[in-house]
Ligand binder design. Structure first.
Ligand SMILES: Cc1ncc(COP(=O)(O)O)c(C=O)c1O
Length: 398
């Protein structure tokens, strides 16, 4: 028996990697589970993007190893996207590094900057990858609270009072997943100042900036941010391309060079047709985002109806691909509550505890399901609440 490395003793298999296997095991052809768990867009990319991919794949010379820094055409498209969406000017040659999604970027950045024992500030609640990657690189996790009572904003005063001398980096994620909160500019300005004062790297993970958000924001637009800031972004959510694994990190050249040192030793570049098609996606105009957000806005109304039916409380002012909601006091264990809905109503909803202890009384519904499916989920939940056998009633109707 060969022992696995110590570093993995502290992490478990990713929640969704395990839970979705359980969800699949409950699925049946006649009565599939409605999955409102994960934020994987169900709509396709734009036709022009698919056309660019197939055209580039037909070119015999496009199949070799690629430049480690990404195709120049993709870096230029990313730079133009930053200028157009966020008003941030970046040097396409030196300040942008394409990555295979922003999730991978969390590992790349951590490998590039964190030494064993360094402290990493992560949000509670927050995307679980920040903590698992921090553990994998041997860092000490220090969470900062986001509280409902404070509208999920960072309490910067309290943060300041802590000993931050060993902090090497701080993860931010605005628009925030799972709470749907948008960045408050005055908070970000203060955090940039704090990062400078205490000498740590501030990294915003920004994949939701264009979903149900009227004010797309980049932390790189903050005055003086350059010295202490990096930003991760991707086209997974904004362009319905989550499975393509295309994202990037942007910031000051010396930081990008450090990430490249890690990345160029880990992979051998992305398939060129994917990069060319991603560049096409980044050039899509406002119409793309209008129709995308119109669809998500309609779905959000239905997701909110499901949450009301469950007696949950929520803010209607959330950005991103989810609705985050507090379960009623009558619910004792949220995991059991969600499992009951899964096993009896055949609807999968994410329990908030997976995002940290401050998410324990919450659940999260994804908008990555059609209106038809969301309506059916509502019907299933209503039947389940009436103690009816959901599958029997609905298959009998059909
Ligand atoms: C906050 C956050 N960051 C990063 C990611 C990963 O996205 P990508 O597909 O760009 O790796 C997700 C995906 O769910 C996310 O919610």
């Amino acid at each position: 028996m060969i022992a696995s490395a110590k570093r993995i003793e502290q992490v478990e298999e990713y929640y969704f990697s395990k839970k979705l296997a359980e969800v699949r095991s409950l699925d049946s052809v006649n009565f599939p589970i409605i999955n409102l768990g994960i934020g994987s867009p169900d709509m396709p990319p734009a036709p022009a993007v698919i056309a660019a991919l197939t055209k580039a794949a037909e070119n015999a010379s496009n199949h070799g190893y690629q430049n480690y820094k990404g195709a120049p055409v993709l870096r230029q498209a990313i730079a133009a996207f930053h200028e157009r969406m966020y008003g941030v000017t970046l040097n396409a040659e030196t300040e942008i590094l394409p990555l295979m999604g922003s999730k991978e970027g969390i590992m790349h950045v951590s490998m590039a900057f964190v030494n064993e024992g360094d402290e990493i500030l992560i949000p509670n609640p927050g995307y679980p990858t920040y903590s698992s990657v921090s553990k994998l690189v041997g860092a000490k996790l220090v969470s900062y609270d986001l509280d409902e009572a404070n509208d999920w904003r960072i309490d910067i005063g309290t943060l300041r009072q802590r000993d931050l001398s060993k902090v090497k980096l701080m993860w931010l994620n605005y628009p925030h997943m799972p709470t749907g909160t948008r960045a408050m500019r005055e908070d970000i300005i203060e955090l940039v100042a704090l990062a400078k004062e205490k000498n740590f790297l501030l990294i915003n993970d920004n994949p939701y900036s264009l979903i149900l958000n009227d004010e797309p924001f980049s932390i790189l637009s903050m005055p003086g941010a350059e010295e202490v800031v990096l930003e991760l972004n991707s086209i997974s959510k904004s362009h319905n391309m989550a499975g393509w694994r295309i994202g990037w990190v942007a910031g000051k050249q010396t930081y990008i060079d450090a990430v490249l040192r890690v990345k160029s030793n880990m992979d051998s570049g992305m398939f060129l047709p994917l990069q060319l098609a991603a560049a096409e996606a980044l050039r899509l105009g406002d119409d793309w985002f209008k129709q995308l957000n119109a669809t998500y806005a309609k779905r959000k109304v239905l997701a909110e109806q499901i949450l009301k039916q469950l007696g949950c409380a929520f803010s209607s002012n959330q950005s991103g691909l989810f609705v985050w909601a507090k379960v009623p006091n009558t619910v004792h264990g949220v995991e059991a509550f969600v499992d009951k809905i899964l096993y009896e109503a055949k609807v999968f909803i994410t329990p908030g505890f997976i995002f940290g202890s401050n998410g324990e009384r919450f659940i999260r519904i994804s908008l990555c399901a059609t209106e038809e499916k969301l309506k059916e989920a509502l019907t299933r939940i209503q039947l389940f609440q009436q103690d009816k056998s959901v599958e029997k009633v609905l298959t009998a109707v059909i």
